[in-house]
Design a protein. Structure first.
Length: 148
């Protein structure tokens, strides 16, 4: 099967709250967010839906040899694509009745043209990677992004 357009990206527990939004602060994050949205327009970078309600998603690369979490890109995502990216948080929100988890699975399958079995396998693989990455204390690297 070809690579998936929409993937699950669980941030290692050791990196929670260690992100660009936190580092920049609210004002600078909003400036950067506006710049990203102006560049992309009102279109989700993954599923292509046109909407004014887009989130900015940080795309990270993890280098286990150097224990470096490198910011690769910042892209606009619709609420559904962003919730799939952070499926762990979405699962917690679903348990509280704040999110419809089944609709996220449906969205994942539609965007990737895949089955429920594929989703479950990909989710399991993402959690395995999450467990491995969470054992590492990551250093944040922001080398490749023009930040405000």
């Amino acid at each position: 099967m070809p690579s998936k357009k929409l993937t699950i990206e669980l941030i290692p527990q050791s990196s929670w709250n260690n992100n660009l939004r936190t580092l920049l602060g609210k004002e600078k994050w909003q400036i950067l967010r506006k710049k990203v949205l102006e560049t992309w327009g009102e279109k989700c970078a993954i599923c292509g839906v046109n909407t004014k309600k887009l989130d900015c998603h940080e795309v990270w690369e993890f280098n286990t040899k150097s224990s470096t979490q490198n910011l690769k890109d910042i892209i606009p995502l619709c609420k559904n694509c962003h919730a799939v990216k952070h499926i762990g948080l979405s699962g917690l929100q679903s348990a509280k009745g704040e999110r419809n988890f089944k609709s996220l699975i449906t969205h994942y399958m539609k965007v990737n043209k895949c089955t429920r079995y594929d989703f479950e396998k990909d989710k399991k693989d993402a959690y395995k990677l999450f467990e491995n990455r969470s054992q590492i204390s990551w250093k944040l690297a922001l080398n490749n992004i023009d930040i405000v």
